[in-house]
Design a protein. Structure first.
Length: 365
């Protein structure tokens, strides 16, 4: 099989879908790999390293797409890349179709087969290809939230943590999946008080057994409990995921009337449309905006801030599936692995994943 690796062109996106180590493994199995020139230059993956791993370097993205059967990326194609897609191409990447229905329609119309990392499942009902980036996003969310609380960044001027026995700040975390727990760990390590909110009492009980209840308030999610929790919070982290669908808007605009000016809200769910009603996608170049005096951080590719770490973590998770797709052929791999097939979001101008289809039907019709 011929595998292609184009350069990511989203704002400040320097992650790569394939590291040189992954290329080496794919090449060792007898497959050809075409890499767009300087694809990984910004994180030290030079053309020479890819060539040493067995790849052939091509000058343009158009060449990579034209020559490849399987395209491996990190982020969904940008508008300028849609022209390269057709029914002979299989795309393996994060797609987040519900978060961008206009792009979804364009991708569907190309006839491309799209396998989305974020809807690949596992026997334990987790999302193995979403998890590594969620873990990174959860850590980044706490760090950037702390940074934008600085007064010169329009924040409240609050230090999150403990200083000489003085408790500083209150953090509310909404959603206790992989990202939410990573944020919780950062908060615990900083000694800050946390409101931890989730729909699942079982999940809250699991986390209470693991982290105890010192400085952590375990709260079942309701509109009232969320509104009450955020009004005194300095940092509000939203991490709500719904498979194949837009994230629910758990924090409404009206709730912000009671939130302290200069508080910071970080929407980790922004790839799926955001879990705050007031969220709007931002970039690493221009990461925040102010609404009702509250700082909103809604960068759609948060793990892109640490592209070397993120690329290695992602490849560790995806390489086994890439071997299945290349060694067995795409049709056989999908037919034999239902968990991988759950990732099939687009095929022959249809949307096979029922949850993704329902989400798009409600958005496009």
């Amino acid at each position: 099989m011929i595998v292609g690796l184009p350069k990511e062109i989203k704002n400040n996106e320097h992650r790569v879908g394939l590291t040189p180590d992954s290329v080496s493994e794919i090449s060792a199995n007898g497959h050809d790999v075409f890499v767009e020139t300087n694809c990984g230059k910004e994180i030290g993956f030079t053309n020479e390293k890819y060539e040493a791993a067995g790849a052939k370097i091509l000058n343009t993205a158009a060449e990579v797409y034209e020559k490849s059967e399987l395209i491996v990326k990190v982020k969904e194609p940008m508008e300028s890349e849609v022209q390269y897609l057709n029914s002979d191409t299989t795309l393996f990447t994060y797609l987040h179709l519900a978060g961008n229905p206009s792009l979804a329609k364009k991708l569907i119309d190309t006839g491309v087969r799209g396998i989305a990392y974020e809807t690949v499942t596992s026997p334990d009902n987790t999302f193995p290809l979403l998890a590594p980036m969620s873990a990174i996003a959860g850590q980044i969310a706490f760090n950037v939230g702390n940074y934008f609380l600085l007064k010169q960044n329009k924040g409240r001027g609050v230090l999150i943590g403990t200083l000489d026995g003085l408790d500083l700040g209150l953090v509310t975390i909404i959603g206790c999946g992989v990202a939410g727990e990573e944020s919780l760990q950062k908060a615990v390590n900083n000694g800050v008080e946390v409101n931890l909110i989730d729909l699942s009492e079982q999940r809250l009980s699991q986390l209470k057994s693991k982290y105890g209840d010192e400085k952590i308030n375990y709260i079942v999610s309701t509109p009232d409990s969320i509104a009450e929790s955020i009004k005194d919070s300095d940092l509000i982290l939203g991490s709500v995921y719904s498979l194949g669908k837009n994230a629910p808007k758990v924090v409404t605009d009206s709730m912000l009337d009671a939130v302290k000016p200069g508080a910071v809200m970080v929407d980790i769910s922004i790839d799926q449309g955001g879990c705050f009603e007031t969220s709007s996608p931002t970039t690493h170049d221009d990461p925040t905006f102010i609404h009702k005096g509250i700082v909103h951080y809604c960068v759609t590719n948060m793990p892109g801030a640490v592209p070397l770490t993120a690329s290695n973590a992602l490849n560790r998770a995806t390489i086994g599936y890439i071997h299945e797709l290349t060694n067995k052929g795409i049709d056989q791999a999908l037919n034999e692995n239902q968990y991988l097939k759950d990732g099939l979001n687009i095929d022959k101008k249809e949307v096979p994943n029922i949850l993704v289809r329902e989400a798009l039907d409600s958005l496009l019709n």
